[in-house]
Design a binder for this molecule. Structure first.
Ligand code: NAD
Ligand code: DAO
Ligand code: ZN
Length: 369
């Protein structure tokens, strides 16, 4: 079938809106009509050429929501009409990773997904006979996409697509890092580096679980007001701190953060995030994705003396199980999404969403189809 898509032809080039061809679902796959998609920093990272896994030409996008329109043979858990969120981290419930109970990093389709292909090793997308790569297994910058059944979360039908699409990445990543990865407890002191779509969700989750001090750190003072609305208690602009930022944060948190979160992708900040943690027990969670070839460093004595470095992918969430629950939290008013959607645009304006992000003017732009 013909579908409308924003195509990434090469690193650093704007997306072009084109009519591309999409093959229907094969065994174990479903065809989804996208209703909305967020535009995340990670799409921009891949488009920039910094992503070591980035492939072109491709249809980017991984923060979508839509409706199942057709299912392939052998699909059991989904049917046409189901409202769904595509998952870039699948949940097969059968691989050794899924069964370990220790990780959300299902490996069932990892090798083909990393090559921009469907599990059978081929692509469903093409443009005038030229193969287009899938992206993160989701490719939500198109009004239709095909996904494996194991990479689709079924959600309730009264949830608005143009808000809950963010649960496909930013919301779940930030909230899950607090709830699943760090397991922040009531009364904890938390420091959050980077107050974009991820950091703001870390902040609202820290508030939800009853954290005491919730310190937000960002170079952009424009981020302060919304962060306060989401639960931040103290704002720190590193440019306005005299002397060492780490020492300042240790003082502000009365001995160091119980938990810190790096939500930028900057390896220097990752070090600061670890070192502002409390001696003996402070844990620092890396969420930000750093550029190809970059490395983190600290003095090993930081770890010897009890600080812990961890990472979190998709908030440690198992998508088919956890995403519908997070949709419920939103519908029940336990978490906020609406203030995070600063711009809503049609597909033909998708490059504006990237420009707004780079100018620091948006939290999330949502494209509606
Ligand atoms: P964003 O660009 O919206 O937000 C980043 C924020 O960091 C901005 O407010 C910016 O002003 C601030 N910032 C930049 N440099 C800074 C510095 N040196 N000190 C303090 N603040 C600084 O990005 P986002 O969408 O919130 O994503 C954040 C990171 O998380 C990205 O690296 C993204 O790729 C990554 N990410 C990771 C996962 C995961 O599963 N681990 C999922 C989604 C996104
Ligand atoms: O190696 O099993 C694996 C898959 C890792 C994918 C984790 C993705 C999380 C970070 C990317 C940012 C997503 C928007
Ligand atoms: Zn699995």
């Amino acid at each position: 079938m013909d579908v409308k898509a924003a195509v990434a032809h090469g690193a650093g080039q704007p997306l072009t809106i084109e009519t591309v061809q999409l093959e229907g679902p094969k065994a174990g796959e479903v065809l989804i009509e996208l209703k909305a998609t967020g535009v995340c920093h990670t799409d921009a990272f891949t488009l920039s050429g910094e992503d070591p896994e980035g492939l072109f030409p491709a249809i980017l996008g991984h923060e979508g929501a839509g409706v199942v329109v057709e299912v392939g043979p052998e699909v059991k858990s989904l049917k046409p009409g189901d409202h769904v969120i595509p998952l870039y981290t699948p949940e097969c419930r059968a691989c050794s990773y899924c069964l370990s109970g220790k990780t959300n990093l299902c490996q069932a389709i990892r090798s083909t997904q990393g090559k921009g292909l469907m599990p059978d090793g081929s692509s469903r997308f093409s443009l005038n006979g030229q193969m287009l790569h899938h992206y993160m297994g989701t490719s939500t910058f198109a009004n239709y996409t095909v996904l494996p059944e194991i990479a689709v979360a079924k959600i309730r039908e009264d949830a608005p697509f143009d808000k809950v699409c963010l649960i496909g990445c930013g919301v779940t990543t930030g909230i899950g890092a607090v709830v699943n990865t760090a397991k922040v407890e009531p009364g904890a002191n938390v420091v959050v580096f980077g107050l974009g779509g991820i950091g703001l969700n870390v902040i609202q989750a820290a508030r939800m679980v009853g954290a005491d001090r919730i310190v937000g750190v960002d170079l952009n003072p424009e981020k302060k007001a919304l962060a306060e609305k989401m639960g931040m208690t103290h704002f720190v602009n590193p440019k306005e701190v005299d002397g060492d930022l780490v020492a300042y944060l240790v003082e502000l948190t009365k001995g160091g953060a119980d938990y810190s979160f790096e939500c930028i992708g900057n390896v220097e900040v990752m070090r600061q995030a670890l070192e502002c943690c409390h001696k003996g027990w402070g844990e620092s969670i890396i969420i930000g994705v750093a550029g190809a070839g970059q490395e983190i460093s600290t003095r090993p004595f930081q770890l010897v003396t009890g600080r812990v470095w961890k990472g979190s992918a998709f908030g440690g969430a198992k998508g088919r199980t956890d995403v519908p629950k997070i949709v419920d939290w939103y519908m029940d008013g336990k978490i906020e999404i609406d203030p995070l959607v600063t711009h809503t645009l049609p597909l033909k304006k998708i490059n504006d969403a990237f420009n707004l992000m780079h100018a620091g003017e948006s939290i999330r732009s949502v494209v509606t189809f």
